[in-house]
Design a protein around this ligand. Structure first.
Ligand code: ATP
Length: 293
């Protein structure tokens, strides 16, 4: 089966600055992917390349085996994209917005779209500009879902939403993913949110792929090792982050082992993400064999 999103040597530059550089990645279908990275890491650029809104300077992304530039119709029919600024026509009513979705998308599911609006108590006759930020996010999500995509790309969809609205939005995404076997790629800075929804992690740093893989596997491969600072040199494995006090040190390792007597503790997604963000030269990439030749 084709990967939902695949790239080999993908690059995009603005002037002399590479926003995405030499990116090789294969996201399996059916996963909920957390796409993480500091500001300017290239997350939006990657998502825009995936839907063909940007033209790469190197390589070519593929969506279910199709190039968004060479086969735009095939790709766009399969992809729902929710851009960072959730573009909606502010003077349209919700009903107008759904009508536009219906006109533009052959597989549009009007009963599902109207059902979602009813369930969320968003009146169809209200102008979009009079809705709250959370309600607007839900309308935008409905537009993306009712076209019945196989891949849903969400670029910081919960930014500016309060914690309750964020939770509701993400549980709606999860429900749709579970019901329809959707692949979801969700970029966000709110790691605590991602922990509840994602089962696959991609970290970008300065336009390069730093980490990609099954989340459970990554969490199992990493651990905290805590012991006397004087023995830090005896720790084996890849050190991702190390904090050393006068007596004790605390080291986050990948595939690490410690001398006898040291304590080990599991890492959280937040630990993992913060450790990699703090150490852009560290990498935990999938085995090259994960990407077919
Ligand atoms: P954020 O978390 O802040 O949204 P991001 O990870 O989505 O950031 P991008 O928006 O993809 O990052 O930007 C990646 C790099 O490309 C940055 O250095 C950014 O300044 C640059 N860039 C993005 N869009 C443009 C543009 N239109 N013109 C010039 N440079 C750009």
């Amino acid at each position: 089966m084709n990967a939902a999103l695949e790239a080999r040597g993908l690059g995009k530059r603005y002037g002399s600055t590479w926003a995405i550089r030499d990116l090789t990645l294969s996201i399996p279908a059916g996963r909920v992917v957390a796409l993480v990275g500091p500001n300017g890491a290239g997350k939006t650029t990657l998502l825009q390349l995936a839907v063909g809104l940007l033209t790469p300077n190197a390589g070519e992304p593929e969506i279910f085996g199709w190039s968004p530039r060479r086969n735009p119709t095939l790709v766009l029919a399969r992809v729902g994209f929710l851009a960072q600024d959730r573009p909606l026509y502010r003077h349209f009513t919700v009903a107008d917005t759904l009508r536009l979705g219906r006109e533009l998308n052959p597989r549009w599911d009007q009963p599902m779209a109207e059902g979602r609006m009813r369930r969320l108590e968003i009146p169809l006759d209200r102008q979009v500009r009079t809705l709250s930020g959370g309600q607007q996010a839900q309308v935008a999500l409905t537009l993306a879902l009712a076209k019945r995509p196989e891949l849903l790309l969400l670029d910081e969809p919960v930014v500016n939403l309060d914690p309750l609205a964020r939770r509701q939005f993400l549980s709606e995404v999860m429900e749709a993913a579970a019901a329809d076997g959707l692949t979801v790629v969700l970029s966000s800075h709110v790691v605590a949110d991602l922990e509840r929804v994602a089962d696959y992690l991609v970290i970008l740093a300065s336009g390069r792929l730093q980490v990609a893989g099954d989340l459970e596997r990554l969490l199992a491969d990493h651990r905290w090792l805590v012991g006397p600072a004087s023995e830090a040199g005896r720790v084996r494995g890849t050190v991702i982050q190390a904090g050393t006090g006068q007596r004790q040190c605390r080291i986050l390792t990948r595939d690490g082992s410690a001398p006898p007597g040291w304590m080990t503790a599991p890492v959280s997604l937040e630990d993992l993400v913060l450790a990699y963000l703090g150490n852009p030269s560290a990498g935990a990439l999938p085995a090259p064999a994960a990407i077919p030749a």
